[in-house]
Design a binder for this molecule. Structure first.
Ligand SMILES: *[C@@H]1O[C@H](CO)[C@@H](O)[C@H](O)[C@H]1NC(C)=O
Ligand SMILES: *[C@@H]1O[C@H](CO)[C@@H](O)[C@H](O)[C@H]1NC(C)=O
Ligand SMILES: *[C@@H]1O[C@H](CO)[C@@H](O)[C@H](O)[C@H]1NC(C)=O
Ligand SMILES: *[C@@H]1O[C@H](CO)[C@@H](O)[C@H](O)[C@H]1NC(C)=O
Length: 409
């Protein structure tokens, strides 16, 4: 299913501010926005609102917010823009301890992915908001270990553009079982054997009433005191297994128990060359249904740096555990944090089951790092390095040889 995350035509719209804000971060993926232009003409859904700030016993503050309504009839898909409200104070820096999100209906009840699929939502890296179908996995996410912290500069969010958010939803209520794959993978009409968020369209469905769906997000944060100088701010480096195409296709089944492995080699700080070593504290992948993890290896040391794996739901129609959907991507937290030298060569490895044909799959990796000298926010994978293949031995940590291809379990 298209858990996609990144951008749709929509996301393109964010391109216009990419330059100013360097880039955009998604909770599990990110966009190489700068190359998408011009600003697309997407519908506008309205503005969101935040509730009361609730102070917790430990001094942290929790705020629950709702986006605007997205009225959808059975089978309808929407790709739209909205202004979300900032849950943070007007000024100052805050440490985000917890940021959860989900889709709710008009009565604010959780909506399962099997009813309305959250293809993605995405806004600026300065807002830290973005996710794909695995959004409810955020409910069991642990904060990064101290002294690392997700820090937001609240004043930045006065700028509307930073809170301008794209969301894409696909309503599969009333859609015949045999049509769902086409709807959720967004098969392209004019390009056979390809699925893309550009190609999502309304699906044939039994008629029914429109329902107002909303994105709900809840944030828990604490102020970052000035004397809190030991806090290490987390920044993000984004990688795309396709090297910038975002999506790829598993064109045909390779038989039961086979894995399609795709690799991408680059230099970890290629886009933001560093002078000093820095630490990888977390990796979170974004993959679609069929995925079997995304890995990042250190090619210089022949070591696994981190991996992030899908969790598949097991209960039909249960929000957060929808049978057959990717309901979470695990946090790959190296312990202790993995120290990387500047210029380290890395290999991203995206595994998918090749037992079935699947279109428009993704392999995005958001690498959370501490200790960067200059920001490297939310960039997609850097240009591929050539002349690197063929010489690698297999790290003990890898389930398969570290190369492209089809594997039989
Ligand atoms: C708002 O943010 C965008 C993106 O960072 C930037 O291009 C724009 O200049 C900002 N506007 C103001 C008024 O600061
Ligand atoms: C929605 O938010 C935008 C950006 O903050 C603002 O310009 C606009 O006036 C708001 N619209 C309404 C109806 O509140
Ligand atoms: C984060 O918040 C959600 C509710 O918004 C809660 O269910 C979850 O336990 C919290 N997680 C942590 C690690 O505090
Ligand atoms: C595929 O894997 C399953 C589960 O491990 C096993 O039961 C089955 O026999 C395997 N099928 C083939 C064709 O190897």
């Amino acid at each position: 299913m298209r858990a996609a995350f990144v951008a749709s035509v929509a996301v393109l719209s964010l391109a216009c501010f990419a330059a100013a804000d360097t880039a955009f971060y998604q909770d599990a993926a990110f966009l190489e926005l700068a190359k998408y232009s011009p600003f697309p003409d997407l519908p506008f859904a309205g503005n969101g609102t935040c509730g009361e700030k609730v102070e917790n016993k430990d001094g942290s503050v929790t705020v629950r917010c709702l986006g605007p309504a997205h009225p959808l009839k059975p089978g309808q898909t929407v790709n739209t823009m909205m202004y979300l409200e900032s849950p943070y104070p007007a000024e100052g820096q805050v440490v985000v301890l917890n940021l959860t999100s989900q889709l709710v209906d008009a009565e604010e009840r959780p909506v399962p992915l099997s009813d309305v699929y959250v293809h993605h939502y995405v806004s600026s890296s300065a807002f830290l908001l973005g996710n794909g179908a695995e959004l409810r996995g955020s409910f069991s996410r642990q904060p990064v270990k101290e002294p690392y912290a997700l820090v937001i500069d609240a004043a930045k969010l006065k700028n509307d553009t930073i809170r301008y958010t794209n969301i894409q939803l696909i309503n599969t209520i009333g859609v015949a079982e045999e049509d769902k794959r086409e709807c959720l993978e967004c098969w392209c009409v004019d390009k056979k054997d390809h699925g893309s968020f550009f190609c999502c369209k309304d699906c044939p469905a039994k008629d029914g009433p429109a329902v107002d769906y909303r994105l709900e997000y809840t944030v828990t944060y604490r102020p970052l005191a000035v004397e809190d100088s030991k806090t290490k701010k987390v920044q993000f480096i984004g990688f795309d297994i396709t090297g910038g195409d975002i999506e790829y296709d598993i064109l045909a089944s390779q038989g039961p128990n086979t894995t399609l492995r795709k690799t991408y080699d680059t230099v970890i700080d290629d886009r933001c060359p560093q002078k000093k070593p820095f630490e990888v504290v977390r990796c979170i992948a974004h993959q679609h249904v069929g995925s079997e993890c995304l890995y990042m290896y250190n090619l210089d040391k022949d070591e696994l740096i981190c991996k992030s794996c899908p969790v598949y739901g097991t209960e039909p129609g249960v929000p957060g555990n929808e049978e057959g959907y990717v309901v979470k991507m695990t946090d790959g937290d190296p312990s202790p944090p993995y120290l990387v030298e500047p210029g380290t060569r890395v290999r991203l490895v995206s595994d998918y089951s090749a037992a079935e044909r699947r279109l428009g799959v993704m392999g995005l990796m958001s690498v959370w790092v501490g200790g960067l000298e200059k920001p490297c926010t939310g960039q997609f994978g850097a240009s591929a390095m050539s002349a690197m293949s063929g010489s690698m031995s297999t790290p003990a940590t890898s389930e398969h040889p570290l190369k492209n291809g089809i594997f039989v379990a």
